[in-house]
Ligand binder design. Structure first.
Ligand SMILES: C[S@@+](CC[C@H](N)C(=O)[O-])C[C@H]1O[C@@H](n2cnc3c(N)ncnc32)[C@H](O)[C@@H]1O
Length: 261
């Protein structure tokens, strides 16, 4: 019988979840080169990205979008993320493929980069809404706004809360190589809370961890972006870019916001 109570989730859960296990459990999204290429096609179109522009991929993980941009001739892309394992992988891939991507470890709420140093900032794949309080989420958007050059563009991609409320199943499982990934989800007023159990056929239980993400609909995104100083805000549902139907969790249906400084 499913556990009726959501787990206690530490406020800084995001500091530990994004590691080698995450790369395997979420491989259907974050290790799918075809999906990443289709996402990058959409980004280039949405922000009219130019190859010579400095671009920041905030919370960029192992840099899958940044590396794809670099493959297409974008020479000034920086990835900022907190996860040491993901950054280590991204740096190794950049070195191997001789791609000019810079990787930086920092907290997105305190970006150690100069004011007005980027023409475009990206915050992709539901990397937003992790703050302990809504103000913490806005603090990250303020940093995006601060590092953008006047006239610079921002793209934010989150899970679509309508889809989550109507269709996301309370339980899911899938296999990922040696791993079986079981997820139990609770929909709270403001959050999606998830408990993830990951079992390895060879090593037994490798993860039992909770996480929670604050959900933002179009009005919520507009409100936060305006509070952070952005203008010309547009929010729309994004096309489903997965090659096959499946339960990809919160990322199944996404909202994309574009905004200008
Ligand atoms: C769902 S993953 C998405 C990664 C990447 N954008 C992608 O599409 O593959 C969320 C990422 O946000 C990073 N992250 C979350 N909160 C952060 C923070 N406050 N500062 C820096 N990185 C953060 C995590 O380390 C993780 O790599």
């Amino acid at each position: 019988m499913p556990d009726p109570h959501p787990p206690q989730v530490p406020p800084d859960w995001w500091r530990t979840l994004f590691d080698e296990v995450y790369l395997a459990t979420d491989a259907r999204t974050v290790q799918d080169g075809g999906l990443t290429r289709r996402e990058v096609d959409g980004l280039i179109q949405a922000l009219k990205l130019q190859p010579r522009e400095p671009i920041l991929d905030l919370c960029g993980g192992h840099g899958r979008h940044a590396l794809e941009l670099a493959r297409r001739g974008y020479r000034r892309v920086t990835v900022l993320d907190f996860s040491f394992p993901l950054l280590t992988l991204g740096k190794a891939q950049a070195r191997e493929s001789r791609l000019p991507v810079a990787f930086l470890r920092a907290d997105a709420a305190r970006v150690p980069l100069a004011h007005e140093s980027f023409q475009a900032v990206l915050l992709l794949a539901n990397s937003f809404g992790y703050g302990a309080a809504p103000e913490d989420d806005v603090a990250i958007l303020r940093e995006c706004h601060r590092v953008l050059h006047p006239g610079g563009r921002f793209f934010l991609e989150v899970a679509d809360p309508d889809f989550i409320r109507r269709q996301l199943s309370a339980q899911s499982w899938h296999e990922a190589g040696d791993l079986v990934v079981c997820r139990r989800r609770w929909l709270m007023a403001e959050y999606l809370v998830c408990r993830e159990l990951v079992l390895s056929r060879s090593r037994g239980l490798v993860r039992d961890q909770g996480y929670k993400v604050r959900l933002y609909d179009g009005a919520g995104l507009r409100h936060c972006l305006a509070k952070a100083g952005f203008g010309a805000i547009e929010v729309a549902g994004l096309p489903d870019l997965y090659a096959q139907e499946g339960d990809y969790g919160a990322l199944n249906r996404r909202l994309g916001a574009t905004a200008w400084k």
